[in-house]
Ligand binder design. Structure first.
Ligand code: HEC
Ligand code: HEC
Length: 294
């Protein structure tokens, strides 16, 4: 600055501005002042920052930070919001935990709330196996269709979710498809014949001239006890309907032969100990609405 003052009379002839007096190889440095409005904003932000640091949590200390005289905290803000939400929801949550599944089904307000809760819990716990929308995958049943391994009534769905299937739970749904090939109960020829017969039950395309009589005989003797005379399935045993063109594992012959050879027994975990009763209720109502629940 002093230099500028010393050279106050040093005016640049092209621009008419003062120069700082610095000169390098004939190039002079202009001394253009900052605009007034800019400087005022700078001072205003400094004053603002000063009062902000006093009012709000601001300066880091070794263990914590200066709390600010207003006592504001972002965590307190979230906690207050959550507490408000819980208080708002308390009556309907209580109503949900006291109502039976049938009562929820008949009360539109409760039902809507249960579906919303159930959908959220489904995304957290069930989607990894059953897909985000319950669409399923090989070995993991589609919950959107009207086809149920263990039954699609509210009570049946509730029991499946509580105790699972082939899970570590005393009351789990049990029973599996035996490994007919590996255990030597059927020969490879019998397995091939009965696989063709099973495919014929849902009218799948078949190589010309396949004789289904041998397969039909094997089916009647070995399979009908679980899957039913006509392959219609049995929900008490979790034995799928084999005549409805809906497949848990797949309809191609190789997949069917593989199942007959090595057996099948998908595991659905039991949720009784892991989710609270109200959440399971909400899940039951949600799953029931997904796929033409019965
Ligand atoms: C680890 C994977 C896995 C998870 C997680 C899982 N399931 Fe399952 N679920 C299965 C399998 C496998 C089956 C089929 C069992 C069988 O083959 O009998 C099944 C079957 C079911 C069925 C019976 C379907 C029918 O057709 O009868 C329902 C209902 C069900 N699951 C709901 C749920 C809900 C609700 C959740 C979340 C709380 C859930 N599942 C989480 C694997 C899973
Ligand atoms: C002890 C009862 C039982 C017997 C006997 C039995 N099954 Fe099964 N079968 C099941 C069960 C239970 C499942 C479902 C397994 C699962 O959910 O993982 C199944 C699944 C299947 C599937 C898979 C269906 C799909 O949708 O992917 C086919 C195919 C099948 N069985 C065919 C047969 C044939 C053919 C026989 C006779 C050779 C037979 N089963 C005998 C219980 C049985």
């Amino acid at each position: 600055m002093t230099q500028t003052d010393n050279h106050a009379d040093d005016i640049d002839s092209h621009t008419g501005m003062h120069t700082t007096g610095h000169e390098w190889d004939g190039i002079k440095e202009l001394n253009t002042p900052l605009p007034r409005w800019w400087v005022n904003i700078l001072y205003a932000t400094i004053v603002w920052a000063f009062f902000y640091c006093i009012a709000y949590p601001a300066i880091p200390l070794i263990q914590s930070f200066t709390p600010g005289v207003l006592g504001w905290s972002s965590r307190q803000g979230v906690n207050d919001d959550l507490a408000k939400l819980r208080a708002q929801r308390a009556p309907i949550v209580a109503a949900l935990s006291n109502a039976s599944l049938q009562e929820i089904e008949q009360n539109p307000q409760l039902r809507t709330f249960a579906i919303a809760q159930g959908k959220a819990a489904f995304g957290d716990n069930c989607a990894p196996c059953h897909g985000a929308g319950g669409g399923g995958a090989k070995g993991y049943p589609n919950l959107n269709d009207d086809d149920w391994l263990w039954g699609g009534s509210l009570d049946q769905i509730s029991e499946t979710i509580h105790h699972g299937a082939r899970a570590e739970d005393d009351q789990t749904r049990s029973g599996a498809m035996p490994a007919f090939g590996r255990e030597g109960m059927l020969t490879p020829k019998q397995i091939s014949d009965v696989a063709d017969y099973v495919r014929s039950l849902s009218h799948l395309p078949m190589p010309q001239g396949v004789d289904l009589t041998a397969g039909a005989a094997v089916f009647e003797e070995t399979c009908s006890a679980c899957h039913g005379e006509k392959g219609q399935g049995n929900q008490d045993l979790g034995a799928p309907n084999l005549a409805d063109a809906i497949w848990l594992y797949g309809s191609d012959k190789n997949t069917i032969v593989e199942g007959l050879t090595n057996g099948r027994g998908g595991v659905m975990p039991a949720w009784a100990g892991r989710l609270d009763a109200t959440t399971i209720k909400a899940l039951t109502v949600y799953v029931h609405t997904l796929g033409g629940g019965r």
